[in-house]
Design a protein around this ligand. Structure first.
Ligand code: PGA
Length: 251
């Protein structure tokens, strides 16, 4: 049995002051749901403050990105060690980073390796664009992203990773994939590709999330599916009540 995990991706939202308030409002409700791994991924600027607030709770903290190099002349970047000071998790290869910041399957792969090497749990994002979906390339795209993103990862390490299937056309649009379609892609593309790379025993251990317009109202439908082990939540993770409702749906 895979333990469900729900992560909130705050994206570029909330100052430290706003983040502090939001987390204070969330902690009691999140703490009550013991059977789900709960993770908050705020901007870098709030990590230090929130790691202090979350110490002694079971709520995990994640960054939204990192650089793969250990240190050096990389203006504007944050190293794995710097993330590890405050976090247990890190989101890698979100579609917004791929679309707006030039991330590729190769940079995703370097970041996954760097995360694992320092002991961070990477949440590796895959998913097709609207155009790829409409031209029936979903399976090919997702398979390529999984294969290249996980290239050279050891069998022992792969079970420490988390994958998030997020169709780009469903992110922030209010137009979620159907639970059936998401479960089908996750089972028949994502997990199947992981099985061909690492064996089916390993693939069965890896938690795979769905993301894209998950709300309190539709969350339970996704989480009831056999291959969906939780969610990566954007917009709805910015409101305490909504995020708690989604976490409760995963329990
Ligand atoms: P959304 O975003 O829940 O706002 O659609 C999901 C994500 O981008 O991770």
């Amino acid at each position: 049995m895979r333990r469900p995990l729900v992560a909130g991706n705050w994206k570029m939202n909330k100052t430290v002051e706003q983040a502090t308030l939001l987390v204070a409002n969330m902690v009691p409700g999140l703490q009550a749901v013991k059977t789900v791994d709960r993770v908050i991924c705020p901007p870098f600027t709030s990590l230090m403050t929130l790691s202090g607030m979350l110490a002694g709770t079971e709520i995990g903290l994640g960054a939204q990105n990192l650089h793969w190099e250990a240190s050096g002349a990389f203006t504007g970047e944050v190293s794995p060690e710097m993330v590890k000071e405050f976090c247990q998790y890190v989101i890698i290869g979100h579609s917004e980073r791929r679309a707006y910041f030039g991330e590729t399957d190769q940079s995703v792969n370097l970041k996954v390796k760097a995360s694992l090497a320092i002991g961070l749990t990477p949440i590796v994002c895959v998913g097709e664009t609207l155009e790829e979906n409409e031209t029936r390339r979903t399976e090919a795209v997702v398979s390529r992203q999984v294969k290249l993103g996980f290239e050279g990862i050891s069998k022992e390490d792969v079970e420490k990773t988390i994958v998030a299937y997020e169709p780009v056309w469903a992110i922030g649009t209010g137009r979620a994939a159907s639970a059936e379609m998401a479960n089908d892609i996750i089972g028949n593309s994502v997990r199947k590709n992981l099985a061909s790379l690492f064996g089916s025993d390993q693939a069965e251990k890896i938690r795979i999330l769905y993301g894209g317009s998950v709300k309190g109202e539709n969350a339970a439908e996704f989480f009831a599916k056999s291959d969906i082990d939780g969610g990566l939540i954007g917009g709805a993770s910015l409101k305490a009540e909504d995020f708690i409702k989604i976490v409760e749906a995963a329990a």
